[in-house]
Design a protein around this ligand. Structure first.
Ligand code: URA
Length: 294
């Protein structure tokens, strides 16, 4: 479904921001799309306060490395093709090797075998991340919860459902299957910490420090065009800031030359639904930046 000029004018008059891609497809509230799962109904963002300031035009980050795979069709992508031979898992257990030199598959195995902090004792399994490794978008959350720990996938519990709705509203997918979606519409989702903290407590400083090299290597290998940092722990890991989300959102940040937009964690939005309007503004800001850089 496309918004007509009249509908867009009406939404704007209501204080709702409309995100319309400059390429072809519809993005917001595609309720007539029968191809997606029923649970991915488009969100109905709450009436927004005055739109957040949009970042000034963004220059393509000079430090961003060329990513030839990014424009390739899904079928052409083989994350393991550039990986060195995978060392035996047994050799990695307990000592994680040189994370900064690992290829994608090796990194995945190192995460699965990691015993660097005590979270390994209570986890069911590690949660490496999900999505296409050539995705232009990277979403960084906090840590797996109960469902994520059981399923081995990030954001599959209640906050994941909300995140899916928000991504869908921007026309983005976390699917890694070969559906023909371009890399610009794909999202990889990762967490700051790869194991569930018991009873969903906050990850501790040692746990964050032990896990951080995995996230940083994921970013190096993924070479995202835009990073969406959700919540305090993602912000701390990427921006080295303890400032609250409310102070950092609505403007552009950078991690090693990659644009970073920060927003509220979906779990917080479930508790504070009125903040969804601001989160939507943040997503629109990220989408505008990603499109400008495309
Ligand atoms: N919250 C997160 O930050 N990550 C998940 O994977 C699930 C919930």
């Amino acid at each position: 479904m496309n918004w007509s000029d009249r509908q867009q004018a009406m939404l704007r008059a209501m204080g709702l921001r409309v995100w319309q891609r400059t390429d072809t497809a519809p993005l917001l509230a595609a309720s007539d799309d029968t191809t997606r799962p029923a649970r991915q109904a488009a969100p109905a963002p709450a009436p927004a306060p005055a739109p957040a300031p949009v970042a000034a035009p963004v220059a393509a980050p000079a430090a961003r490395r060329a990513n030839p795979a990014a424009a390739a069709p899904m079928a052409a992508f083989d994350p393991d093709s550039a990986s060195p031979a995978v060392p035996a898992l047994a050799a990695m257990a307990g000592q994680r090797g040189d994370i900064a030199a690992m290829g994608w598959q090796e990194l995945r195995q190192a995460v699965a075998a990691c015993t660097a902090c005590t979270l390994c004792q209570s986890r069911t399994q590690t949660v490496f991340g999900s999505g296409a490794a050539l995705a232009h978008w990277l979403v960084v959350g906090e840590a797996p919860g109960e469902q994520e720990d059981l399923q081995g996938q990030p954001f599959v519990g209640p906050s994941g459902e909300l995140l899916d709705h928000m991504l869908f509203a921007l026309g983005l997918t976390r699917s890694d299957s070969d559906t023909g979606e371009p890399a610009a519409r794909r999202v990889f989702i990762a967490n700051t910490v790869k194991c569930r903290p018991p009873r969903n407590r906050n990850p501790g400083p040692e746990e964050l420090a032990a896990c951080e090299p995995f996230l940083l290597r994921q970013i190096e290998l993924l070479k995202p065009r835009i990073i969406l940092a959700l919540g305090a722990f993602a912000i701390k890991a990427l921006l080295r800031s303890d400032e609250p989300v409310g102070k950092l959102r609505g403007r552009l940040h950078s991690y090693q030359g990659v644009p970073v937009v920060v927003s509220y964690h979906p779990a917080y939005l479930l508790r504070q639904p009125l903040e969804k309007a601001r989160a939507w503004e943040d997503l629109c800001l990220a989408a505008e930046i990603a499109e400008r850089l495309a």
